[in-house]
Design a protein around this ligand. Structure first.
Ligand code: IVH
Length: 669
């Protein structure tokens, strides 16, 4: 169908105008039209696009929602890794940070950019030719989840940059929910019978990690940019403050609390000023962030492990309140560890109602002299489990009771064991202890493991208590009839659980390895194992020596893994799981680690990545990184001001990659 020119240009005009209003409203916080006016423009555009569907482009403001729910989030590699921040908790730590920097740079004073530290989720937005092409969560810093469709529903994030934007760039920032947004969302959840969120951070995380973008679109998510990753096709400004200003000009929202300050004294002033206004801010912050303003200075300072030396988060003390210890109970965890937990008179602190606090171990209880009946100060920081800071001795009642750890497992009465040099005591019964059984099954079903939806803690407890399930392999022997026979379980729910179990059988090797719950094998280690060995058989048959060759696996973890697979019980459970057709795509090792077997040497400075990041990235793709060029070298990556290595490489006829070629190579990988 021919589209009249007048319609085309009206369409463009409407889009520009709507984006301009969005910008005024979300970025400048200075609305230029009434809601009614805005809706009229939107309605007109929707009508035109309905009449001429060929006019629709992904960047049209009408296209923020519309996508279908996803089955899962694909993984994405950040082009430039996403870092984290070192923390300072007091003035001395801040002074030490500032001194380290001044010493290294040999200057008397530093100009910092001061920002608030929002308690949200870090995301990475990729803009190509000005268009928002991808949004991803931080994940482990190298790999995150592709949440593009959800990010597109956040109205303050422009689908198209304005002005003179770069060919390609990554914008880093925080997705969060304001305090009022949080209250409104929970009210909505309550009315619709949905689950309530414990705090704004969890609400933001739950909303961004929604498989159905239509749901995300209804959540009051906001965004503030706080930095950039890759940038190509333009020379970025030489100071961080100007980069932020530039981001504003390109249409991205930046926190209005951002300023430049001078020296550590300037940092303290900002910290106290924001601290005083913290409770009045429309969103939760857990600290402030200081970054060296001068990018050249940042480059000289570089990084330590995953955090830049040129930035720090200065945290506010966590919220503290007092309450009473009603009792002390002992919990048995997945690995048998016995942890004393204080049952508390419910109190509201840091945005949630707290009813218990971890006491870690008996020594800690003795050190703090905590007794049942005591009035205690508890603290809750971020998402961590609340802790008892101290007791108020004056308020100790006459009948307070001293607590002792049991000498038998409180769940199965088996003997307790303590490994020399460790404070943790454990139940010795392993998976014969119902508590450990339950916890290991809960772990197996959890989201990052086999992701069995609907198999919650309560149901697992019921399954173990009724004897229907003794180990994780028994889960796949459940039938709808058996499940429906349980108390409080309807036919529909039983069918859902069976369906979720069936679905979970299609998994990945790394999830499977993580799900087994081997001691000290978290998600990252499971991934490294999967990538390194490629098959389950290889992991199961690996010796301690083999295992230690895997990135991040030390002697202790290697020993745990080897012992786990030596145990007949564990081997049988694995065998049965496989018999139930738990399976994963048989990926070639070379596919998992596309650079396996290749040796790289890095020389000179790269613009977008530090040497450590480059090395980490290469290793995660399976490559070896060596310090010197030899005949065994496959590639030399040369940044600016390369050393003599490049001459040697040329002589040996080794392929030399400049930064762009290198980035292309890892992107293809
Ligand atoms: S910069 C180069 N700036 O804090 C360092 N992070 O602890 C990268 N965060 O993952 C982070 N506000 O999610 C930076 N103004 C701010 C921030 C901020 C909150 C979060 C971010 C990051 C985490 C690091």
């Amino acid at each position: 169908m021919m589209i009249p020119e007048a319609i085309k240009s009206r369409c463009n005009e409407l889009r520009k105008e709507i984006e301009q209003h969005n910008y005024r409203y979300y970025v400048l916080d200075d609305p230029s039209v009434t809601d009614v006016n805005y809706d009229q423009l939107m309605d007109e555009l929707i009508a035109l696009e309905a009449q001429y569907p060929a006019l629709i482009t992904p960047e049209s403001p009408t296209q923020r929602v519309g996508a279908k729910p996803l089955a899962e989030f694909p993984e994405v590699n950040h082009i430039v890794p996403m870092l984290s921040l070192a923390n300072a908790f007091d003035e001395d730590e801040m002074k030490a940070f500032d001194k380290r920097i001044r010493d290294k740079l040999e200057v008397n004073t530093i100009e910092y950019v001061a920002e608030t530290k929002l308690d949200g989720l870090a995301v990475n937005l990729l803009y190509e030719e000005g268009k928002l092409t991808r949004g991803a969560t931080r994940g482990d810093g190298a790999t995150g989840e592709d949440v593009t469709l959800n990010v597109r529903t956040i109205k303050s994030i422009p689908l198209h940059m304005t002005g003179n934007y770069p060919a390609q760039m990554e914008v880093r920032g925080e997705v969060f929910i304001s305090n009022t947004g949080f209250i409104a969302l929970n009210k909505m959840q309550e009315q619709s019978g949905g689950k309530l969120f414990v705090n704004p951070r969890n609400a933001a995380a739950g909303s961004l990690r929604q498989l159905d973008p239509k749901i995300t679109a209804k959540r009051p998510l906001q965004f503030f940019a706080h930095g950039i990753g890759l940038i190509e096709g333009i020379n970025p400004p030489a100071r961080h403050a100007d980069i932020l200003e530039q981001l504003r000009q390109w249409g991205l929202p930046v926190s209005p609390e951002t300023r430049t300050v001078n020296g550590v004294v300037g940092c303290f002033v900002y910290y106290h000023e924001i601290g005083k206004r913290r409770a009045q801010l429309p969103y939760e912050i857990d600290g402030v962030v200081f970054k060296v303003n001068d990018i050249q200075q940042q480059k000289i300072l570089g990084f330590v492990s995953r955090a830049p030396r040129w930035a720090i988060a200065y945290k506010y003390p966590p919220a503290e309140v007092s309450t009473r210890v009603l009792g002390i109970e002992v919990q048995v965890g997945r690995t048998g560890a016995l942890t004393p937990v204080a049952r508390l008179e419910p109190v509201f602190v840091g945005g949630v109602t707290v009813t218990n606090a971890t006491l870690h171990n008996e020594e800690e209880i003795k050190r703090k002299d905590i007794r049942v009946g005591d009035t205690v100060i508890i603290r809750r920081a971020g998402d961590v489990i609340p802790e008892v800071v101290s007791i108020i001795k004056d308020k100790r009642p006459r009948n307070s009771r001293i607590f002792h750890m049991p000498d038998k497992c409180p769940v199965c009465s088996s003997d307790i064991e303590q490994i020399e040099g460790e404070t943790i005591i454990r139940c010795s019964a392993g998976l014969f202890c119902p508590a450990q059984q339950i916890q290991s099954i809960i772990h197996f079903a959890s989201r990052l493991a086999m992701d069995i939806e609907g198999l919650g803690d309560k149901l697992v407890e019921q399954l173990v208590a009724t004897g229907l399930v003794n180990n994780v392999a028994d889960l796949y022997k459940l039938t709808q009839e058996k499940l429906a026979g349980l108390e409080r379980m309807g036919d529909k729910s039983a069918a859902n659980v069976i369906h979720a179990l069936e679905k979970s059988k299609q998994t990945t090797l790394k999830r499977f390895l993580y799900a087994l719950g081997i001691r000290e094998v978290g998600e990252a280690t499971a991934r490294n194992l999967a990538n390194y060995f490629g098959t389950l058989e290889a992991v199961m048959n690996a010796t301690v020596d083999d295992l230690e060759k895997v990135p991040d696996v030390g002697p202790v973890v290697a020993q745990h893994i080897a012992s786990f697979f030596l145990e007949t019980h564990n081997r049988n459970v694995v065998k049965e799981l496989l018999k139930s057709r738990v399976q994963w795509p048989a990926v070639e090792k070379s596919e998992l680690q596309p650079l396996a077997g290749k040796t790289f040497v890095i020389t000179g400075k790269l613009d977008n990545m530090t040497r450590d990041e480059t090395k980490e990235r290469l290793q995660s793709l399976g490559a070896k990184v060596s310090g010197s060029v030899s005949k065994k070298t496959d590639y030399v990556i040369a940044g600016s001001e390369p050393g003599s290595k490049i001459e040697k490489a040329a002589k040996l006829g080794i392929e030399i990659l400049d930064e762009k070629a290198f980035l292309d190579l890892i992107r293809e990988s």
